[in-house]
Write a protein that binds this ligand. Structure first.
Ligand code: SF4
Length: 205
């Protein structure tokens, strides 16, 4: 039996190497025999060989599985990037390359016509939401938060015992599960620092 050669092959090189043109030499490097090489050469080029691979997190549930998203189109050249394939991130310790049926179908969500990709605002008295800039949205949210906090902040217990509580009881905050540890830490620091009591997270783990 032919001994396997010890070679360092990255995931990217392996995926590229499994294209029909390069399959022979790549498999040869792995120590496969002529029949396996011939078979690989008959296979059509691997569809992900020229795709851009981007790591992301599944947006659906609190498990936060890691994903590889594959896209075509070079944004640097003015082309529109389009995701055409998604699979589980084999290096992610949460899911080790697996996805549940919902996550495996995330392409439908990505390309859904109903997907909201920009902040939306409904003016007072209007019956419809309209797209606005992120600057507008952030300023609007910050102003509403400040107005509400100024009006409803509770510094001391209302029962006259004089205990300082510094509560802001009229607003809630729901954090996402797809953020990093650092973003989660900052979220808690900011919201608790403002006195928020109702702070929840999508994660249930
Ligand atoms: S792939 Fe499934 S289990 Fe994983 S985060 Fe997405 S919805 Fe949750």
């Amino acid at each position: 039996m032919k001994a396997l050669k010890q070679v360092q092959v990255s995931r990217r090189h392996f995926l590229s190497g499994t294209g029909a043109a390069a399959a022979g030499s790549a498999l040869g490097a792995f120590g496969f025999g002529d029949s396996e090489v011939a078979l690989a050469q008959a296979v059509r080029p691997y569809k992900l060989a020229k795709a851009t691979e981007t790591r992301n997190t599944c947006p659906y549930c609190s498990v936060s599985c890691g994903m590889f998203m594959y896209s075509r189109g070079n944004v640097a050249k003015g082309e529109k990037a389009e995701i055409f394939h998604v699979e589980g991130d084999s290096d992610n310790p949460v899911n080790r390359g697996t996805l549940c049926p919902k996550g495996a179908g995330v392409l439908d969500f990505i390309h859904s016509k109903q997907r909201v990709t920009r902040p939306m605002h409904r003016k007072a008295g209007s019956d419809k939401f309209e797209p606005v800039s992120w600057d507008f949205a952030m300023e609007r949210i910050a102003k509403l938060m400040k107005d509400d906090r100024d009006a409803n902040f509770v510094e001391k217990n209302g029962d006259g015992d004089g205990v300082t509580v510094n509560r802001w009881p009229t607003m809630g905050f729901l954090a996402g599960c797809a953020t990093s540890n650092e973003a989660g830490w900052l979220t808690w620091k900011v919201t608790r620092g403002l006195g928020l009591v109702q702070v929840d997270n999508q994660a249930r783990i």
